[in-house]
Design a protein around this ligand. Structure first.
Ligand SMILES: Nc1ncnc2c1ncn2[C@@H]1O[C@H](COP(=O)(O)OP(=O)(O)OP(=O)(O)O)[C@@H](O)[C@H]1O
Ligand SMILES: [Mg+2]
Length: 256
């Protein structure tokens, strides 16, 4: 292949946006010649590289869109530290059937037991399975919905949230909702009900949700919809954040 033909090839690859092939072509052609790699094998290799590159990029973009506060997977989770978690439930969730069936997932438990980690981990699994995911902290969510209400764009904002196959709402219960906040949250939940999945984390048990929303009636209306089709994972255990401190104390007490 002469230089002009090679330039043409590169420009065509660029037009087709086959950037990974452009990147590796030079070196690979050398290898093909030296090792007498067959045409089909070479073609298969280049296409495989490009496909992988595109998949990785798409995964990265969709993960960025999801807006996780940190990236940790279910594989990163040490289940032996949290024996109250039923692995069958986790494995069932990882089949992604809950998304197909438009069911919800609720992680309950005290601080540091891994609620956010598992919610993000499930979210990353969902992205790997090509579902759209969006993470929000519940105060940020209410702030945005309130702002949208003032700007007369609430409907558009709610529709935007409805289009995600999985909406993660983190940290319900740390701060109480005001009346308008509770109202907005109810609107979101009732519009999402049976349309797509919500993953929620909360440090408060359901009986305390009346207090969080400052309104027993609205809290029970929200719970009624959330729990109709839902997996509830109640984590009872120690904070992972304090793990090292507890270990250090044990070592000190043992004189180690
Ligand atoms: N079993 C675990 N294995 C590995 N890392 C864990 C485990 N549990 C928690 N962690 C890590 O500890 C930190 C706190 O966990 P996480 O953010 O999930 O807590 P949380 O239950 O959401 O607490 P909070 O209610 O305070 O938000 C994170 O960095 C998380 O990755
Ligand atoms: Mg958390």
């Amino acid at each position: 292949m002469n230089e002009i033909e090679y330039e043409k090839l590169i420009s065509n690859l660029r037009r087709l946006k086959l950037y990974r092939i452009i990147e590796i072509l030079d070196n690979y052609l050398e290898r093909v010649n030296k090792e007498e790699i067959s045409f089909t094998e070479a073609l298969a290799y280049l296409i495989k590289e490009e496909t992988q590159f595109k998949e990785d990029k798409s995964l990265e973009i969709r993960t960025r869109v999801a807006g996780f506060p940190y990236r940790k997977t279910i594989e990163d989770f040490d289940f032996s530290f949290q024996p109250s978690i039923d692995m069958r439930q986790i494995n069932e969730l990882r089949t992604m059937r809950f998304i197909v069936n438009k069911e919800n997932v609720i992680f309950l438990g005290p601080p540091g037991v891994g609620k956010t980690h598992l919610a993000i981990g499930l979210g990353i699994d969902a992205i790997r399975n090509n579902y759209s995911v969006y993470y929000t902290n519940c105060y940020e969510l209410i702030r945005k919905l309130n702002k949208a209400r003032f700007e007369n764009t609430l409907d558009r904002q709610l529709k935007r949230l409805l289009k995600y196959k999985v909406l993660i709402i983190d940290e319900i219960g740390y701060l109480p909702f005001d009346k308008e906040g509770a109202n907005l949250f109810f609107q979101l939940i009732s519009r999402k009900y049976e349309k797509s999945s919500i993953i929620i984390t909360s440090n408060k048990s359901f009986k305390d949700w009346g207090e969080i929303f400052n309104d027993e009636v609205i809290a029970s209306a929200i719970l009624d919809r959330l729990l109709h089709h839902a997996t509830v994972i109640n984590i009872k255990g120690n904070s992972y954040r304090l793990k090292d401190r507890i270990n250090a104390r044990v070592r000190t007490e043992q004189g180690g």
